[in-house]
Design a protein around this ligand. Structure first.
Ligand SMILES: Cc1cc2nc3c(=O)[nH]c(=O)nc-3n(C[C@H](O)[C@H](O)[C@H](O)COP(=O)(O)OP(=O)(O)OC[C@H]3O[C@@H](n4cnc5c(N)ncnc54)[C@H](O)[C@@H]3O)c2cc1C
Length: 476
């Protein structure tokens, strides 16, 4: 990650040395301070530096925004801009890879097959790009396993049922799908000087849009320079669960949950290792088991992950969410047809299918409500005002569970479907990102992460790209 990033804002001069410049947004309202004060009032630390190495407590999360121009920084501007003039780089847009092609007649000493290129479709025409050395797939958590399966790498039974020749039988392709599951709460807040929210922009109020555009154009300031989701926290389970009685209770819930969990296609060894790791995090008073976001305004996802409508009226809102950092539930994504142009992908996220996830998220939802009830934040909330979802107090754990069952959604950050781990545990790629059974085919994207990252995955995705680049260069 340090190879990818540069954080140049004062006071953390020169964190990282990469081309992707990131920055911490200017605070132009009191809300970030209120958030930090509230997390501190609950007994958690507040970090000024997001790179201090231990991510626990309240922190201001940097964004991929160039610190002076305030323009978004992304792989196109940070990497491609300088590389696109190279004579050995050709970029085709509007071209979709259908599958990887192989020379079935060549096997190496380990019996591995050789990838010779990719078949693609562009403007309705199909062609082949030949690979002199290797093929690297970076199509993301849903499309990298899709391309592997269309190429004949996956569960032999599934492939045969779709009429695809089996090149490598690996039932773990497309399995181990994970993401953060989360719940959101929003409360109406009082109108006060210095406590402006982003609700005007969310309502698409023309005067709010005009003011934001002017502020951005003239001073590179204001709401268009940031997401508004920077005041975050990484928190362990509530402190009552960290006492010896609380830990016994947690152990009991963990044991019962694991006994009730459905194994699915995951190997027993990985399922056990996964549960053991998650349990170790949950039992620690300083390891965060949930990520908390705050937002000055109304923002809520619902149902399949679409944005909920802004409530009617002109009131301002404050929203916060809690995301299960390490879910133990695992879903899957698989092709439903041998045709690459068919939209058919059977995605089964299986959110909360492991009972432990429901138990942990319910307790974090209770902690989220405690945050809203803490005086430093509560004094800004409209007395007897609206809250969404419209629930009563969640001090009763059954009500918290009910809220999770009905309102939890999956965050847009899936991983795990081409996991990097030993093959016997259920891996698809090795530590150099090479597909088991085909050494000159790599997968280099977030699908290789076998466990969900504790926080936003973007930094890890850039880290994976740097790791992949390093391996490719050192093997050439
Ligand atoms: C709405 C949304 C908001 C998000 N917000 C955040 C955030 O605030 N912070 C954060 O850290 N993360 C966020 N994420 C998650 C983050 O974007 C992903 O984790 C990250 O982009 C994954 O990177 P990747 O390289 O694995 O895949 P991708 O970024 O999905 O890249 C895969 C690429 O492959 C291309 N592709 C797919 N199939 C083919 C094919 N057959 N042929 C050719 N090309 C193909 C796709 O078009 C795409 O460009 C968000 C995701 C979404 C969807």
């Amino acid at each position: 990650m340090a190879r990818a990033y540069s954080l140049t804002d004062s006071p953390w001069e020169n964190e990282g040395h990469g081309t992707l410049q990131i920055s911490v947004p200017k605070e132009d309202s009191e809300w970030p301070r209120v958030w930090r004060d509230t997390i501190a009032a609950l007994g958690y630390p507040v970090s000024e530096n997001p790179f201090f190495g231990r991510y626990y407590g309240a922190v201001m999360t940097p964004e991929s925004v160039q610190p002076t121009s305030k323009q978004r920084n992304f792989v196109g501007s940070a990497y491609l801009g300088t590389a696109r003039s190279r004579t050995n780089l050709t970029i085709w847009t509007q071209a979709l890879v259908d599958k990887v092609v192989f020379d079935a007649s060549i096997r190496d000493k380990d019996g591995d097959i050789l990838a010779t290129g990719v078949q693609y479709t562009k403007n309705g025409e199909t062609g082949i790009v030949h690979a002199r050395k290797e093929v690297i797939l970076s199509a993301g958590t849903f499309h990298s396993p899709k391309i592997l399966e269309l190429s004949g790498i996956g569960d032999a039974d599934l492939l045969r049922s779709l009429g695809i020749d089996v090149v490598i039988d690996n039932p773990h392709v497309g399995e181990n799908l994970q993401t953060h599951t989360y719940c959101t709460m929003a409360f109406e807040v009082r109108d006060q000087e210095g406590f402006q929210t982003m609700d005007g922009l969310i309502r698409q109020d023309p005067s709010a849009i005009k003011a934001a555009m002017e502020s951005y154009r003239k001073q590179q300031e204001g709401p268009l320079t940031k997401s508004g989701l920077n005041a975050t926290a990484q928190l362990p389970l509530p402190s009552y669960l960290m006492s010896s009685e609380g830990k016994s209770e947690l152990d009991r819930i963990f044991k019962q949950s694991c006994e009730r969990a459905e194994p699915g296609k995951t190997t027993a060894a990985f399922a056990k290792a996964h549960e053991k790791f998650v349990h170790s995090v949950m039992s620690s008073p300083t390891e965060a088991s949930a990520l908390y976001y705050s937002f000055p305004g109304f923002v809520m996802l619902e149902g399949e992950g679409g944005m909920a409508d802004m409530p009617p009226g002109s009131k301002n809102w404050f929203t916060a969410a809690t995301l299960l950092a390490y879910p133990v539930s695992r879903g899957s994504t698989h092709i439903t047809s041998a045709s690459s142009s068919s939209p058919g992908l059977a995605i089964d996220p299986k959110y909360l299918s492991h009972p432990f996830d429901l138990e942990i998220l319910a307790r974090h939802v209770q902690q989220l409500e405690t945050i809203f009830k803490t005086e430093t934040l509560a004094i800004h909330i409209v007395r007897d005002g609206k809250r969404l979802p419209p629930t009563n107090s969640l001090s009763n754990l059954d009500e918290a569970r009910e809220l999770v069952r009905h309102k939890a959604v999956g965050a847009h950050r899936h991983s795990g479907t081409c996991s990097m781990m030993p093959r016997k545990l259920g891996g698809v790629v090795d530590e150099k990102l090479r597909v088991y059974g085909c050494k000159n085919l790599r997968v280099c994207d977030f699908s290789i992460a076998p466990l969900m990252t504790r926080c936003n995955p973007q930094a890890t995705v850039y880290g994976i790209a740097e790791h992949g680049t390093h391996n490719i260069k050192s093997s050439s």
